[in-house]
Design a protein around this ligand. Sequence first.
Ligand SMILES: Nc1ncnc2c1ncn2[C@@H]1O[C@H](COP(=O)(O)OP(=O)(O)OP(=O)(O)O)[C@@H](O)[C@H]1O
Length: 242
Amino acid sequence: MLELKNISFHVTEGNSQVDIIQDLSLTVDNRKFVVITGPNGSGKSTLAKIIAGIEQPTSGQILLDGQDITNKSITERAQMGISFAFQQPVRFRGLQVIDLLRLAAGKKISHIKACDYLSEVGLCANDYLNREVNSSLSGGELKRIEIATILARKTNLSIFDEPEAGIDLWSFQNLIRIFEKMRAEIEESSIIIISHQERILQIADEIIVLADGRVQEHGAGKDILPKIMDTEVSMPMCRKFQ
Ligand SMILES: Nc1ncnc2c1ncn2[C@@H]1O[C@H](COP(=O)(O)OP(=O)(O)OP(=O)(O)O)[C@@H](O)[C@H]1O
């Protein structure tokens, strides 16, 4: 279970303080597929980075399964089973896709197993296993490879920041299938996805709506989704792939 207690995140611009996350508290139970949505600039990515340890909150406390992880580094959190997929995935020059999958799995997985992960995300494994994770990969390919690494890791808490960003329609439909499968196979872990996409919001157990760095709504997906569709929160992107 993930607990955020009174989390605030401020930055200083010139002489003034900008409040990005404001006294935010929430709980994500195990076995939950939670989607965080909200208008652009509402603080979603910042919150995801705070959970993953990429940003340090100005104040507040983060607990994972009762353990205070507020001051744990990204690496320590990763070792505790938190994984994070960036909105803009990172490239690793000199590393091949197979190396990245083995690093993620934490063991020497076979070619066949690595192929399975790539096939899951709709990539033809033979074409990609030995490709370098560099700028020759398109944004969409990189995104799918990053999702494959999260499948390989089997983490306790997986966080995806706008997984739909920059991928084409075919990949998007594939992505929905992956998330539906993850949802169906969820065991003691939890999944947090930042998304504006109606198809992703539809499979959420819970939806959290952020506005101005605060939780505006948090409840069962079936209760929140009807409230936010066709409002400012659901955003134009929501129907982009329909
Ligand atoms: N380090 C920083 N310094 C200054 N401003 C920041 C910093 N990090 C985030 N912001 C600002 O905080 C606000 C929230 O940013 P964030 O990326 O968390 O929003 P978001 O809800 O994920 O937006 P989007 O839907 O556009 O991805 C934005 O106005 C952003 O410009």
